[in-house]
Design a protein around this ligand. Structure first.
Ligand code: AMP
Length: 234
């Protein structure tokens, strides 16, 4: 069986005592395709140089095909984009994380900010892969420590998100990650909270963007100058 270490793949534990702030800064990022489950025994190390590869159009097509549209969920008129088929497939999930990581480019990231709740799934995987921390932004009442909060308008009524007041240090490089950009209200509130803590926001990366809701424009208006990327557009 070919191990990750033999292939030169960097997804093995790296010497944490080095105090890496961002492993990606120092090391070529492994795309994990050469060493990982489900079938590491069949891997040819020569064919997989262990360097980062871009997500290509065939990858995007595969991801697109796996998204399940669920009409009238959670209420009538909403077509819910179900990402669970992507999460349940090891290769597709990895591709999704690869694509989100591309938003970072060569920048250093100190912390990923993930939005409750599906943003935690993608955000945690990205953070672990690049050696960054993870900061959860949660719906009101879920965080145990002292919080700062931001309310935003929903179609009917209002919602509030919170962050721990000591979650981010001034000047830290932050990437916001969420599963989906719809109207942009949630992400705008999250970015406001992050900005209030003195973060340097390097971008907002979404797995899916619903173009017809123009959340991108709302987000750009709310927090100008933040690069916004999405892997799949509908
Ligand atoms: P918004 O604040 O309108 O941009 O909504 C963003 C949040 O709502 C995301 O975190 C998504 O999880 C969720 N969301 C909104 N619309 C959809 C949809 N059509 N399918 C799946 N999730 C959605």
């Amino acid at each position: 069986m070919v191990t990750a270490r033999e292939t030169g793949c960097l997804c093995q534990p790296i010497n944490q005592s080095q105090g890496a702030r961002n492993l990606r800064e120092r090391l070529p990022l492994c795309k994990w395709r050469q060493c990982a489950y489900p079938d590491s025994a069949s891997i040819d190390p020569e064919a997989h140089p262990g360097q980062s590869q871009a997500v290509d159009s065939a990858d995007i097509e595969q991801l697109n095909a796996a998204i399940r549209d669920v009409p009238d969920f959670p209420k009538e008129g909403i077509v819910f984009k179900d990402i669970t088929p992507v999460l349940g497939d090891p290769m597709l999930f990895r591709l999704a994380i690869d694509g989100l990581i591309e938003a970072i480019g060569s920048q250093r990231v100190d912390k990923i900010v993930g939005i409750d709740a599906r943003g935690f799934i993608f955000g945690a995987a990205v953070a672990d892969r690049i050696g960054a921390g993870l900061v959860p932004i949660r719906k009101k009442g879920k965080l145990p420590w002292r919080t700062r909060e931001m309310s935003y308008a929903l179609e009917y009524g209002e919602a509030t998100v919170q962050i721990h007041e000591d979650a981010i240090r001034e000047g830290e490089n932050i990437l916001l990650v969420d599963d989906l950009l719809a109207t942009g209200g949630t992400a705008a509130a999250a970015l406001h909270l992050v900005k209030q803590q003195g973060a340097n926001i390097i971008g907002a990366a979404f797995f899916i963007e619903l173009d017809f809701l123009d959340g991108r424009a709302a987000l750009e208006q709310a927090v100008s100058g933040v690069p916004i990327t999405a892997l799949l557009n509908y």
